[in-house]
Design a protein around this ligand. Sequence first.
Ligand code: ZN
Length: 237
Amino acid sequence: MLTKSFQFVKQSVDDLLYLFFPEACVCCGTSLLNQEKILCTTCRFKLPKTNFHKWESNPMEKHFWGRVNFEMAIAYLYFGKETRVQELLHHLKYKGRDDVGTYIGELYGSDLKRDGAVDKIDFIIPVPLHPSRERFRGYNQAYMIGKGISEATGIPIRKDFLYRGVASTTQTKKTRFERWKNVEEIFYTEKTEQWKGKHLLLVDDVMTTGSTLEACSRVLLNNAEVKLSAATIAVAM
Ligand SMILES: [Zn+2]
């Protein structure tokens, strides 16, 4: 009896809280309906999907030609300034919303699974953050995305293969070549022999110059006999 009335009180409090502080859509700020999560239905359906995984050879893959040999390089959404996608990533990276990463990863993962795009992938490898930056943020956004993709596809996620050593704080003002050099020096791998022959999907939040993905790939391909693909939530080239 007590439990029942407690549940009743709790439900009433939840309803009241919802009435005064409804959860807002991370993209447009409108109050979410009870069954909606993270995004309102309108924003969810208006996400600018690239569908790169359905292209014969997509612009992201072409970007890496002659630089890294990816089996597949794909992004979920087109990035644009002052758009839904920018809002989404802003919440994920700067507002402590790690749940946005898992959610968007799940959406992407279910598309990829439905279309058979990741059938040959053995493991999901999130691009690591420098440990001090991860402590500061409380999570690695690439890991949260990878976790969502993993939950939707059933492909295991592993963070015991690719590591990040030195923080790259002042990258934004450097030229592309310097950036590349800087990023390249800070990733490393361990126990590479157990990964032989595996097809890994590198996961990151956004691809812009591609220097981070390129640096990770060089470290992985130079140290282990693996096949590599890459997936990001957004692409801005
Ligand atoms: Zn919305």
